[in-house]
Design a protein around this ligand. Structure first.
Ligand SMILES: [Zn+2]
Length: 330
């Protein structure tokens, strides 16, 4: 990405970053907040690239110098990314980061570190980082990326400059993706919902597996609507053969959860136009006909509970059987 592109959708953010670079007034810590993490991360990378570039044009990195090429291949020691280890970013990870920052810095004065999903820092991790913020040293730049800035410690928020990104138009992204891959808009939108990162969504769409997963979710809903007593049979014969491992089943359940949420919107307001599974209008109507708002809400809660069980390492088959039971009962 270039600043020129960034300016189209994020005029203010782009101007603030470029001004800070050109006037040599880059702060020591920023919070990038917005609803689409990949975009925030791309902007963080662009910011770093602009700072490392050997011959920028204004703030715009040249794209061809040694450092630009190193940034493109993420092969530059003074640029460090930290991601959650499982559900959280732990104190040890921040300590490791701070130790790396003190050891490195051989190639120049500038070091940039980016913390993905910064709201997932534990309190101890955040406090370690805060201590560092008090005496960050010269040339070190922190970029905390988050989709949920309200979950950051207030003390972190008050010591960093927050740049709030405008919401991303996911419909536009889905349109671009569907054109690029010649797939339907509906599939592209679903893939971008289940896999928020562009590259992951693209990879999923390129595989027959995701297309089949979509088909199976529709079949699951048909069974639930027309022959609910056959749910377990369907699970054994078809569903569990496709969604084998924990991650695969999670994708299947998330797709189903999105269906349920759209169905609930439609139940509450009959003029609602579903954004997902757009071609299934007849199935939506049949599905919500004999289901109350309470029942739909209960179904969504059951799917959430199933996803939590998967995360807690419950066997996928058991998880789905329990869900089938909850859905029939509810
Ligand atoms: Zn360059």
């Amino acid at each position: 990405m270039r600043f020129q592109e960034l300016s189209e959708s994020q005029t203010v953010v782009s101007r603030i970053i470029q001004n800070s670079i050109v006037s040599n007034k880059v702060g020591h810590a920023y919070i990038f907040s917005g609803d689409y993490e990949p975009y925030l991360l791309d902007t963080a990378t662009l910011f770093a690239k602009a700072l490392f570039c050997e011959s920028p044009d204004g703030a715009e990195p040249c794209g061809v110098c040694r450092n630009c090429r190193r940034m493109d291949s993420k092969n530059i020691v003074d640029y460090i990314e930290v991601e959650p280890d499982g559900a959280s970013i732990k104190k040890e990870q921040i300590q490791q980061l701070l130790s790396d920052l003190s050891l490195r810095g051989a190639e120049g004065d500038r070091q940039v570190y980016v913390i993905h999903q910064a709201h997932k820092m534990t309190t101890q991790a955040a406090n370690s980082l805060l201590k560092f913020f008090e005496e960050p040293g010269v040339g070190k730049l922190a970029i905390l990326v988050t989709t949920q800035p309200q979950l950051l410690l207030p003390t972190i928020r008050s010591r960093a400059q927050q740049l709030a990104f405008r919401p991303i138009d996911r419909a536009q992204l889905a349109q671009t993706m569907s054109e690029e891959l010649s797939c339907t808009y509906d599939l592209a939108y679903l893939a971008l919902t289940v896999y928020p990162k562009w590259d992951d969504a693209k990879e999923a769409l390129e595989q027959e597996w995701f297309v089949q997963a979509y088909g199976l979710v529709v079949q699951l809903i048909e069974v639930l609507t027309k022959r609910p007593q056959e749910l377990l049979l369907f699970a054994q014969e078809k569903w569990l053969g496709h969604f084998k491992g924990r991650n695969e089943l999670r994708v299947g359940l998330e797709l189903f959860e999105h269906w349920l949420e759209e169905a609930l919107h439609l139940k509450v307001r009959d003029t609602y136009a579903p954004k997902l599974f757009k071609n299934e209008a007849a199935l939506y109507n049949a599905f919500i006909q004999n289901r109350s708002v309470t029942k739909l809400t209960h179904a969504i809660e059951s799917v959430h509970a199933a996803i939590r069980r998967l995360e807690a390492n419950v066997n996928p088959q058991l998880t789905f059987e329990r869900l089938s039971f909850d859905l029939q009962k509810g």
